[in-house]
Design a protein around this ligand. Structure first.
Ligand SMILES: Nc1ncnc2c1ncn2[C@@H]1O[C@H](COP(=O)(O)OP(=O)(O)OP(=O)(O)O)[C@@H](O)[C@H]1O
Length: 365
């Protein structure tokens, strides 16, 4: 069977490229086949590599029709069938007859074109049997979740009972396609129309592409948003060898309140000595100046695990308030103690001096 999977030699690949290709776009009612197909026709409709046979449909045209088809009566259709004018024909779930002209398709295939048309899942097996050996046949199945199909059919004013029947019929036809489709591509049209159309276009452009045609290239991720910039910069600093300074990608510096940090440190050490306090204050202010000097030149690097964790905004203010009280009260106590010691010391010295010069006499009993 002529499928992509069965090609093993260069000669076969070249022969495959030279062949005409048949693309049957199939799927359940409401899947979006017409919508996506019309969308891609606007893009590749004039490309001579492709051919889109006009379908013959036993149906009067209406303003709502998006498809350009040849409308015929039932009698005319039956007559065409009897003359062997159709390569495929089927009765749709709406009950109307559909046909694809044999001559139209054969001519395009002979000209090595890609022949693309909407078909019924009923003709997938027939397509494989009729064309599988001479041309490459591709089945692109467009589908969507049952709930989505239901909603779309409901919006098309189809009666609830009919929707139920279509969905039931759908299960059997899905199995039929899975069993008979060659070069089968499944497209879930669950997202936007443009995303579905993009998938359909890729299936038609690249399915059946030979080795010398371009592969689908996944573009590198473009960092657009501020949050994504942060993540990208974080990823870069994870690996030291990859660090480079990029003004646009500089992270916001972590907000460190040095005053809070100083007060927390003081809390931990329970500093009572004014000299030590002055030393710590001058160190903190020196570190602030360094911080300002380096801020614009470097991408913030992650702190090593051994660094003392910074205070979190949640607990710093409470600790800081307590600390303010300790820092202000301590020198007063010191002074009182110093004065008490000085007065006490002076009294003791005065007592011994007075005794030495006889100013104080022993009391007699
Ligand atoms: N990706 C999509 N997102 C939202 N709505 C969609 C999407 N694709 C199609 N539709 C809508 O779903 C409805 C059915 O689409 P469409 O007629 O193309 O389906 P169909 O498979 O051709 O159905 P049928 O076989 O019955 O003709 C339309 O109203 C269409 O606008």
């Amino acid at each position: 069977m002529a499928t992509l999977e069965h090609i093993t030699t260069a000669e076969e690949s070249y022969a495959f490229k030279l062949r005409g290709k048949l693309f049957l776009i199939v799927g359940p009612a409401g899947a979006g086949k017409h919508t996506l197909f019309e969308r891609i026709k606007k893009i590749i409709g004039k490309d001579e590599e492709y051919h889109f046979p006009k379908r013959v449909i036993q149906k009067a045209k209406t303003a709502e029709d998006v498809e350009d088809f040849e409308d015929v009566t039932k009698m005319a259709f039956i007559s065409m069938v009897s003359k062997g004018e159709f390569v495929f024909h089927w009765t749709s779930h709406h009950g109307s007859e559909h046909g694809i002209r044999l001559q139209d398709v054969q001519q395009a295939l002979d000209n090595k074109k890609k022949v693309v048309f909407l078909a019924s899942r009923q003709v997938v097996k027939e397509a494989k049997e009729k064309f599988g050996d001479s041309y490459s046949v591709h089945v692109v199945e467009i589908t969507a979740e049952p709930e989505i199909l239901k909603t779309r059919l409901h919006e098309k004013s189809i009666k609830a009972e009919d929707i139920k029947q279509k969905l039931k019929r759908n299960e059997a036809l899905e199995k039929e396609v899975a069993a008979n489709a060659v070069n089968h591509v499944l497209i879930r049209n669950n997202s936007t129309v443009s995303s579905g159309a993009s998938k359909l276009l890729q299936a038609v452009l690249f399915q059946g592409a030979s080795a010398d045609e371009p592969e689908i290239v996944v573009a590198p991720k473009v960092v657009e948003h501020k949050e994504e910039k942060k993540v990208a910069a974080m990823e870069a600093v994870e690996e030291p060898s990859q660090i480079h300074i990029n003004e646009d990608a500089v992270l916001e510096e972590p907000k460190i309140n040095h005053q809070d940090l100083l007060q927390q440190t003081l809390n931990e050490l329970l500093v009572a000595d004014e000299t030590l306090l002055e030393q710590i204050k001058s160190k903190a202010s020196a570190s602030d100046s360094e911080h300002v000097a380096t801020k614009k030149q470097t991408v913030a690097a992650p702190r090593p695990a051994s660094t003392i964790p910074l205070p979190t905004p949640a607990h710093v203010p409470i600790v800081a308030n307590k600390k303010v009280a300790v820092v202000k009260e301590q020198p007063v106590i010191n002074k009182i103690i110093k004065w008490a010691l000085a007065i006490g010391g002076a009294s003791v010295v005065g007592f011994f001096v007075a005794k030495k010069f006889g100013l104080i006499k022993k009391s007699e009993k």
